[in-house]
Design a protein around this ligand. Structure first.
Ligand code: SF4
Length: 346
């Protein structure tokens, strides 16, 4: 009889495999809280059914690094020894979990360490879900991490380039009998690889963030060199999706000294935002220094000037404080050491 990783089963498939939805509920009440059902006292019949039909986790948490600010970065080894990273960010009494969708990334953003790895492979849905399970386990075991609250697809990888597996994982996350996470507490952040991929967002229940990084084509080409579509074409695709979903867009912009932090850059962004329906909210992320480039964050005065232009145009605009950069857990810094050390060459 073939066995499947437990997190690869939908609730209905698990109920069928274990011959009862009550049994599937018992398993999920453990998984949801970060407990391993293969190590739990479940009774003889259920334990036998579990061991006969399903396999435990192929993934494991290999490293944990906590920054002084409390941000916790997990290194997660996959079955083939590649690694991804998951970051737990405590803020305002809640923990946000930043998860990865690929090992490496093909988009090649010039300020991003993951982009310098190139794409190694897509994650399977159960590998994405393991990150949620591992994060919940950490929170359960921790003395100082606040309760789980949000998920952001903002770790390693471009989620729209692994759409089918990401969609499967999200379906499992929001199912009321599995992880039971509210869809609006999940945000999928995308660089927007193409209008046709952006259109697929219509089928997801989550919030959407566009990592735009620059709203003028020449500058954006420099920061996201794989982009093949104009800002106007991508904006129109997002507008179409937002009309359907009847919601606003989160905009993420990595702000870099003397590259995309001028007043004229802010005005370009305002022009772009005016084409979008709903209430757009902008999050400015001063760049984190990474090996291999000389990008630096703007001065506080530059950031304030950029922000003021957006405020004056009527847009909510926040500046993300740097979290976890002491442990290379900050945005744009995720790169797995196993790849650096050459596991791929083995
Ligand atoms: S910023 Fe995001 S899309 Fe760009 S290379 Fe890094 S992981 Fe990929």
């Amino acid at each position: 009889m073939s066995q499947h990783p437990i997190l690869s089963c939908s609730f209905d498939a698990l109920a069928q495999t274990l011959a009862g939805s009550g049994r599937a509920k018992a398993i999920w009440s453990l998984l949801r809280n970060g407990q391993d059902p293969f190590q739990a006292p479940l009774g003889k019949k259920l334990t036998r059914a579990l061991n006969q039909n399903l396999t435990a986790f192929d993934e494991r948490v290999t490293t944990r690094h906590q920054s002084p600010c409390g941000t916790l970065k997990l290194g997660i080894a996959l079955q083939d020894k590649l690694e991804v990273e998951t970051v737990l960010i405590p803020m305002n009494g809640r923990t946000t979990v930043c998860i990865s969708s690929q090992v490496g990334c093909a988009r090649g953003c010039t300020f991003c360490s993951t982009g310098q790895m190139n794409l190694i492979r897509n994650l399977k849905a159960h590998e994405i879900l393991f990150q949620v399970y591992a994060a919940r386990r950490c929170i359960q075991e921790s003395q100082d991490l606040p309760p789980f609250r949000n998920i952001v697809f903002m770790g390693m990888g471009e989620p729209l380039n692994n759409f089918e597996e990401v969609k499967k994982a999200i379906t499992q996350m929001v199912h009321p009998l599995t992880f039971a996470i509210g869809a609006k507490r999940i945000t999928l952040s995308t660089v927007g690889p193409s209008p046709s991929l952006i259109q697929k967002l219509k089928t997801l229940p989550t919030r959407i963030a566009w990592s735009i990084h620059a709203a003028e084509d020449t500058k954006r080409q420099r920061l996201v060199p794989t982009t093949k579509h104009s800002i106007a074409a991508l904006t129109d695709a997002f507008a179409d999706v937002l009309h359907r979903k009847k919601e606003g867009l989160f905009i993420e912009l990595t702000l870099i000294d003397n590259v995309n932090d001028r007043d004229e850059d802010a005005h370009h962004l305002v022009t772009c935002l005016k084409r979008l329906p709903g209430e757009s909210r902008v999050n400015l992320i001063p760049v984190n220094p990474t090996p291999g480039n000389s990008f630096a964050p703007p001065t506080p005065e530059r950031i304030q000037s950029f922000r003021a232009i957006l405020h004056e145009a009527g847009y909510f605009c926040s500046v993300r404080p740097s979290r976890g950069d002491e442990e290379a857990a900050a945005c744009g810094q995720l790169i797995t050491l196993r790849t650096q050390e050459g596991v791929l060459a083995q």
